[in-house]
Write a protein that binds this ligand. Structure first.
Ligand code: GUN
Length: 344
């Protein structure tokens, strides 16, 4: 189905009323496309009547459900060989968001029949205690994946601890050996879960990356940096710019990009004027913002302002976009590690 990208140049300045609202069901996977036809409040006017588009939803939840279906078959094949994939998650301290994420990871394991071991250490634990936990998990036969939830308390050296994880059990893909393979363009190993989840979602939605310009907001070890390598890799072939806190012209860079990946952790920072008509926008942010209208006093907000939906051709929602994909990719890495344990 052809995308409708005709925007009314005067749409913003005129008083407009929605004329029709049509749900068109795709025969392919992505969510229904919502097309709204606008006309001027005065229907006699010749000035403009046209179609505007609301971005298609880049539905990570639906894509993750398909990934999980495929994983169920691979997990069954592992079990036929007498192997039950097993993931250990280590969390240190009381960060509420981290506990929510870890809870989601453990529940995904339960859903799929992956064994999980959940290790909780107090915030005032020593780095040596975390080190000992990692070394002991490295040695544990029948345990295939180790994840140390980030961030760790400030008194710990996260990178030094990551270095200790056995690379074959490094389901986060953060060990230098796995990141080094990624830099070399070898995409068949353990890839960091959030960026690889973004790539899977783009491919699932049939979004072209070859020859496109991509701007990544944020250069973190967990998302921005590996995302830039994946988008620029051979076969993906985007031209990538990484913008960060010292970048001078972030808004202009974004406004020229075909693909924008926002991973900065600043609620609704990316506004509609930063986005080119028809761009693909992926929102990696997941921020708690105060909201007194909610009983709990807060709501979740992405890094992208909701108005971007009036400019973009695709936009991933928060929640329900990148979050479920991160977990699905973690499950996939765990299953891959289990498969490799009997292939090796
Ligand atoms: N904290 C936020 N995202 C991640 C992730 O993908 N892996 C780990 N280990 N910690 C995180």
């Amino acid at each position: 189905m052809n995308r409708i990208l005709r925007f009314c140049s005067s749409r913003l300045s005129l008083s407009i009323v929605p004329l029709i609202s049509v749900q068109i069901t795709h025969t392919v996977r992505p969510e229904p496309l919502l097309v709204i036809e606008y006309r001027k409040a005065n229907p006699q006017s010749q000035e403009f009547s046209g179609l505007a588009m609301v971005a298609q939803r880049l539905d990570g939840k639906a894509c993750a459900a398909e990934v999980e279906e495929e994983l169920l078959l691979r997990i069954a094949a592992c079990k036929e060989k007498g192997i039950k994939p097993h993931l250990a998650v280590v969390i240190v301290g009381d960060d509420p968001a981290s506990h929510v994420y870890v809870g989601s990871k453990v529940r995904a394991c339960e859903r799929l029949g992956i064994q999980s071991t959940h290790i909780e250490l107090a915030a005032d634990s020593t780095e040596e205690q975390v080190r000992d936990a990692i070394l002991s998990l490295n040695e544990q036969a029948g345990l295939h994946g180790i994840l140390v939830q980030s961030p760790l308390p400030n008194h710990m050296n996260e990178e030094a601890l990551t270095d200790l994880i056995d690379p074959v059990k490094d389901v986060d893909g953060f060990h230098p050996q796995n990141l080094g393979r990624l830099v070399q363009g070898r995409l068949d190993g353990m890839l960091p879960c959030t960026p690889s989840g973004v790539m899977r979602m783009l491919s699932w939605a049939g979004i072209e990356t070859e020859g496109k310009t991509a701007v990544i907001l944020g250069r973190s070890r967990i998302v921005g940096m590996p995302q830039s390598l994946l988008l620029g890799a051979k076969g993906v072939d985007s031209t990538v710019t990484v913008a960060h806190s010292r970048t001078q012209n972030t808004a202009e860079l974004c406004a020229s990009a075909d693909i924008v990946i926002a991973a900065v952790g600043r609620p609704e920072m990316v506004t509609a004027d930063w986005i080119k008509d028809g761009a693909v926008v992926v929102d990696v942010g997941i921020n708690r913002v105060d909201d007194t209208s909610r009983e709990r006093g807060w709501r979740l907000a992405g890094d992208v302002h909701p108005d971007v939906a009036n400019k973009a051709s695709w936009l991933s929602p928060v929640p329900g976009g990148v979050g479920p994909m991160t977990i699905a990719m973690l499950m996939e890495n765990t299953v891959r590690a289990a498969e490799q344990s009997y292939i090796a």
